[in-house]
Design a protein around this ligand. Structure first.
Ligand SMILES: Nc1ncnc2c1ncn2[C@@H]1O[C@H](COP(=O)(O)OP(=O)(O)OP(=O)(O)O)[C@@H](O)[C@H]1O
Ligand SMILES: [Mg+2]
Length: 254
C-alpha cells in the first residue's frame, strides 16, 4: 500500500492539491482502490470532493468513550468495535472512499483519534492500494506521528517565505523524529506570472534544499468554485491548476 500525504502551512492549498491529486488517482487504474483521509480537524476535504460525511472518527471516539454509549458492548473487544464503527462512517463512492478524522472534545482525545487512525491504516492495507492524507496545517501531525508511514510527502507552499520555511521545518523535524518519508517534495501553489516574484521564489527554493516537484498556477476557476462551494473535483479538465496537478500526479504516482 502506498501512502501519500499533503502537508504545509495553513491556507497554502493543501486541500485543493489533495483533491485534484485524488481526481487523477481515482481515474487511474494504476493506483487501485483509493482512500482519502481528511486529517484536518476543520474537515474541508469532503466538500471539495463533493461528498457528504455524516460522522467522523472523533464522533466514534466519543460514542465509544461515553458510558451511556449504545454501541458499547462488553462482548466485543474495543479493537473490533472501532473497526466496525470505522467501516460504518467511511463513505464509499464508486471511484474512492473517504474518512474524516474530525475532532474530539477534552484533553488527550485528539491523540486517541490519531492512535485509532494509525491502527486502522495498518488494518486497511489489504483493502486499499493507495491512501491519500490531507494533513492539518503546520507540524503537529509529525509529533503525533500520523504521517509516520507516509511514502510520499508533498509539502505545499504558497508564494511566501513563511510557506517555504514551514516546508523546511517539516523535513527537518521528520528527520529529527526519525520519520522516514520515502520521498519529500515541495509543491509551489498559486503561482503568478510576476517575474520579480518568480525570481525571489527560485532563490528561496534553491536555499531550502527541497526538491520542487511542480508548480500550480493561481487559477480563477478555483476561486469561482470555492466561492459558491462547488466541488474542486469537478473543475474542467483544461483548467490551469488541473493540468498542473496532473503533471505532479504523473511524477509522484507512477
Ligand atoms: N491554485 C489556486 N488558485 C487559486 N486559488 C487557490 C489555489 N489553491 C488554493 N486556492 C485558494 O486558497 C484557499 C486555501 O486553499 P485550501 O483550502 O486548499 O488550503 P489549505 O492549505 O488546505 O488550508 P487549511 O490550512 O485551512 O486546511 C482557498 O480559498 C482556495 O480557493
Ligand atoms: Mg485544508
Amino acid at each position: 500500500m502506498n501512502i501519500i500525504a499533503v502537508a504545509g502551512k495553513g491556507g497554502t492549498g493543501k486541500t485543493v492539491v489533495a483533491s485534484l491529486l485524488l481526481k487523477f488517482m481515482a481515474d487511474n487504474g494504476a493506483c487501485g482502490r483509493v482512500l482519502a483521509i481528511d486529517a484536518d480537524p476543520a474537515a474541508s476535504l469532503p466538500s471539495t470532493l463533493g461528498v457528504k460525511v455524516a460522522k467522523t472518527l472523533g464522533d466514534v471516539r466519543e460514542e465509544i468513550a461515553s458510558p451511556s454509549g449504545v454501541f458499547f458492548s462488553e462482548d466485543m473487544p474495543t479493537d473490533m468495535l472501532i473497526e466496525y464503527k470505522i467501516d460504518e462512517i467511511m463513505v464509499n463512492t464508486p471511484r474512492f472512499s473517504v474518512l474524516v478524522m474530525g475532532r474530539s472534545e477534552g484533553p488527550g482525545c485528539y491523540c486517541l483519534i490519531n492512535d485509532m487512525l494509525r491502527h486502522f491504516i495498518d488494518k486497511l492495507s489489504s483493502r486499499f492500494d493507495t491512501i491519500l492524507i490531507d494533513c492539518e496545517a503546520g507540524l503537529e501531525h509529525l509529533s503525533r506521528r500520523t504521517t509516520r508511514d507516509v511514502g510520499t510527502m508533498l509539502v505545499v507552499s504558497d508564494l511566501t517565505k513563511r510557506g517555504i520555511d514551514t516546508a523546511i521545518a517539516i523535513k527537518s523535524i521528520a528527520a529529527k523524529l526519525h520519520i522516514d518519508f520515502g520521498q519529500i517534495y515541495l509543491v509551489l501553489n498559486k503561482i503568478t506570472e510576476d517575474e520579480k516574484v518568480k525570481t525571489a521564489l527560485a532563490g528561496l527554493v534553491k536555499d531550502s534544499g527541497l526538491t520542487l516537484v511542480g508548480t500550480v498556477p493561481e487559477d480563477e476557476h478555483i476561486r469561482a468554485f470555492d466561492l459558491i462551494g462547488k466541488p474542486i473535483l469537478d473543475l474542467p479538465a483544461d483548467s490551469k491548476a488541473v493540468v498542473a496537478v496532473k503533471a505532479i500526479f504523473e511524477k509522484v504516482c507512477k
